[in-house]
Ligand binder design. Structure first.
Ligand code: URA
Length: 274
């Protein structure tokens, strides 16, 4: 039996256990150890670490490198015919007045994280704390998001970038209007092109519906992988509940945990965890 098959069985049994005990496990050292023990089987060939000189695994040949569209170092991506950059996008976001939210903000929150992320996390838009700090997911929902990510070995400090579909706070945290999401859309698109994430995790209904251009409810969108095609990339994507929704409704925690587990398994399958 391969490591991947064993992981699937382990997750199935774990989900069944969650169901019978109705327990959503928050992050703890004990649960992290459990996950390592049960999910991260190591009897497949070890994952190949990137060769630091060009960002590709050491066993990838030159023609495969030129055909590859994922996760190349930022400097190389810039020299590949594009004069855009994350810094340029952030500067434009901070100066933007393309919709009325520009005149209402204290700070825009362009996004933060690493520049070659394994996972790009996409939320809705800044709230009060994010507006005050100019950083995404800086408040209570952000603390929960960080815990959720950490439970599957992700972090904005090491392997994720966090962004929102809109970069300025709507007054009173209302849902953004369509004209606001469309005025902001090019920023996120350009960020995705620059970041070339290997996976996308969408948090919440607004981000999911905006990016997938659908009105389907989040309960039907979450829980299975989809793909986002942008420029020449097709990126695997999974949707889960927004951490703010989990803070309001405990019952959503178990399905959200299932979504995160699916993401972790896909990461192990496709990129050996890197
Ligand atoms: N909610 C979001 O969707 N994004 C943030 O940055 C903060 C809260």
């Amino acid at each position: 039996m391969t490591a991947s098959e064993k992981q699937k069985i382990a997750v199935f049994m774990d989900t069944a256990q969650d169901f019978f005990t109705s327990g959503y496990r928050t992050y703890s050292e004990a649960s992290a150890t459990m996950q390592k023990k049960y999910y991260f089987m190591d009897d497949d060939a070890p994952a190949v670490k990137p060769d630091q000189s060009d960002g590709f695994p050491v066993n990838v040949n030159d023609s495969a490198k030129s055909a590859y569209t994922g996760g190349r170092p930022v400097e190389q991506r810039r020299s590949n015919g594009s004069d855009d950059s994350l810094e340029k996008i952030a500067a434009e976001v901070k100066a933007c007045n393309n919709c009325s939210l520009g005149g209402l903000r204290t700070n825009a929150a362009p996004g933060e994280g690493v520049t070659q992320p394994l996972v790009l996390v996409i939320g809705e838009g800044p709230g009060a704390e994010e507006d005050a700090q100019g950083r995404p997911f800086a408040g209570k929902a952000g603390q929960l998001l960080d815990k959720m990510l950490s439970s599957i070995e992700l972090s904005r400090n090491t392997n994720c970038f966090i962004a929102n579909v809109i970069k300025c706070r709507p007054p009173g945290n209302r849902d953004p209007y369509p004209e606001e999401t469309s005025a902001c859309a090019h920023f996120l698109e350009r960020q995705i092109i620059q970041l070339k994430p290997k996976f996308i995790l969408i948090a919440g209904r607004i981000a999911a519906q905006t990016l997938l251009k659908t009105t389907e409810p989040i309960g039907r969108l979450r829980g299975r992988f989809k793909e986002l095609t942008i420029a020449d990339m097709t990126i695997p994507l999974i949707i889960t509940y927004h951490p703010a929704a989990l803070l309001r409704n405990e019952d959503l925690k178990r399905p959200a945990w299932e979504d995160l587990k699916l993401l972790r398994i896909k990461i192990e399958e496709i990129s050996g965890g890197n």
